[in-house]
Design a protein around this ligand. Structure first.
Ligand SMILES: *Cc1c(COP(=O)(O)O)cnc(C)c1O
Length: 476
């Protein structure tokens, strides 16, 4: 046995040459974070320019690590989009809390393999505690199993894998053993405004896309519960008791709207497994003012959500939350003889990956930093900023807010589609703030999405002032 170096009073052991590259990285990280309040959101170089800077013949000889990192920083700088900037409102991206970022650095330094309990007791413990806190923070069914996955799409994939196995098992088919060939058909029902990643997850699972029964959505993008009921009733008449999945949504990327609770009740009445895509919307549960939006949906069979969006944890981090934890383990677990398995399920039995980083540390840190009050204030802050955007942008001449702003999303349209597109392009090029264009309900829109803990009231003021000025210039 080698002697173990003893940590100093600060818990940090020793000092060696390897810290040089880390020192370069930490200085570069600090300077990046400090630049955020003043730097433009947009990158100044495009992908081809950065490629040209980075590319060189594959080196024949090694290079000292600090030099490598300096070169990387120099080459990447101009091609970085300031996603963590307080003035970034594009897509739905989230920011990064200090504790979560620092914990993420440590996760890389510790280099734990989070697949097995014995492989990293600390990694598994952080996930265990973070999962309990998550369920408490969002008031989710406490018996749920939680898989620490890469994000919303893989959370939906993981949940629907558990769903597929369970609904088929109920009709006597073992999909884990026998696959889908020859299996009874699983009928999938989803709203017209489901997120595209739901379709991808269904495809990965062999359920295809063309067979999904698409249920119409209302003017806010919410699934029509009445239409869902009609579709399920018809299906029940045609194939009584057949395996069914219903995919609902908490938080529409355009309107922020939540599918109605009644859709869940209707689906349950027909024996369907109900999955909810709550990538950013599930976090409404942390705010008493918004919890009613998601109140009923929280009791679905499975829920997908992100940590790297609303919770402001670095990429890539999300949760597959499955009420019937055994169904999750059956879908994702394995029984390989060479593994030293605990009698309790190992972390790999809840995720599609085997070896993976210990995602629990950063999640634990974010929830520990915020606490219930911090989380509530963060979510309420996002919603308050969204209200301000809606009020002030909606007051501009020829600008219409298209959605009911119930949460963190604001969808605005300008005089016509051409003006909306021109404004979106001009705004992204100007660079002070980013809001991204999209099409919603047949119109081109500019989407303002608030999900970054760094955003201050002053950032919102600057973003609105920039948009107003750019719009004025455009209109001449
Ligand atoms: C972002 C998002 C997803 C996909 O999540 P990823 O973390 O990007 O995989 C799915 N659904 C909704 C509603 C989203 O906003």
């Amino acid at each position: 046995m080698t002697a173990t170096p003893q940590p100093g009073s600060d818990g940090i052991v020793g000092d060696d040459a390897a810290t040089d590259a880390l020192d370069v990285a930490i200085r570069a990280s600090r300077s990046w974070l400090r630049s955020l309040p003043t730097r433009d959101v947009s990158a100044t170089a495009d992908v081809d320019q950065v490629t040209a800077t980075l590319s060189r013949p594959f080196p024949s000889e090694p290079t000292p690590a600090p030099e490598v990192i300096r070169e990387l920083v120099a080459a990447a700088e101009s091609g970085l989009v300031a996603t963590p900037s307080g003035r970034y409102f594009g897509w739905v991206r989230g920011g990064v809390l200090d504790s979560a970022l620092a914990a993420d650095w440590l996760t890389a330094a510790w280099d734990q393999n989070a697949s097995l309990l014995v492989g990293s007791p600390a990694g598994a413990a952080a996930e265990r505690v973070a999962a309990e806190w998550l369920k408490e923070a969002l008031d989710l069914p406490r018996e749920s199993g939680v898989g620490f996955v890469t994000g919303g799409m893989m959370a939906t994939f993981t949940c629907l894998a558990a769903a597929r196995g369970e609904v088929l098992a109920r009709v006597g088919w073992d999909v884990e053993a026998d696959g889908l060939a020859g299996a009874p058909e699983v009928a999938v029902f989803a709203g017209a405004e489901r997120h595209v990643t739901v379709d991808i997850a269904l495809r990965y699972l062999g359920l295809g896309n063309r067979r999904t029964r698409i249920i119409p959505a209302d003017h806010q993008g919410r699934i029509d519960a009445g239409a869902l009921e009609v579709a399920l009733a018809r299906d029940e008449r045609e194939r009584p008791g057949r395996p069914r999945l219903v995919v609902l949504q908490a938080g529409n990327v355009h309107s922020g709207a939540f599918d109605p609770e009644r859709a869940l009740a209707v689906a349950q009445q027909y024996g369907a497994w109900v999955h909810v895509d709550g990538a950013f919307g599930l976090w409404a549960a942390a705010s008493p003012a918004h919890a009613h939006l998601v109140a009923g949906l929280r009791t679905a069979d499975s829920l997908a959500t992100d940590a790297h969006k609303t919770l402001n944890v670095p990429y890539d981090s999300g949760f597959a939350i499955v009420r019937d934890a055994a169904a999750l383990h059956r879908a994702m677990g394995a029984d390989a003889a060479y593994l030293i398995q605990d009698s309790r399920p190992d972390p790999f039995a809840r995720t599609p990956e085997f070896s993976r980083r210990a995602r629990g540390f950063a999640v634990w840190a974010a929830l520990r930093e915020l606490g219930a009050r911090g989380l509530r204030e963060m979510v309420e802050g996002f919603a308050a900023h969204a209200q301000r955007f809606a009020a002030e942008l909606g007051a501009l001449e020829g600008v219409t807010v298209l959605n009911d702003v119930v949460y963190t999303q604001v969808c605005v349209a300008f005089r016509d589609d051409a003006e909306t597109d021109a404004l979106a392009a001009a705004l992204m090029a100007e660079g002070t703030t980013w809001m991204t264009p999209s099409t919603w309900r047949g119109r081109r829109v500019l989407r303002v999405s608030v999900s970054n803990a760094r955003t201050t009231p002053d950032d919102v003021t600057r973003a609105i002032a920039t948009l107003t000025r750019v719009l004025g210039e455009l209109r001449g």
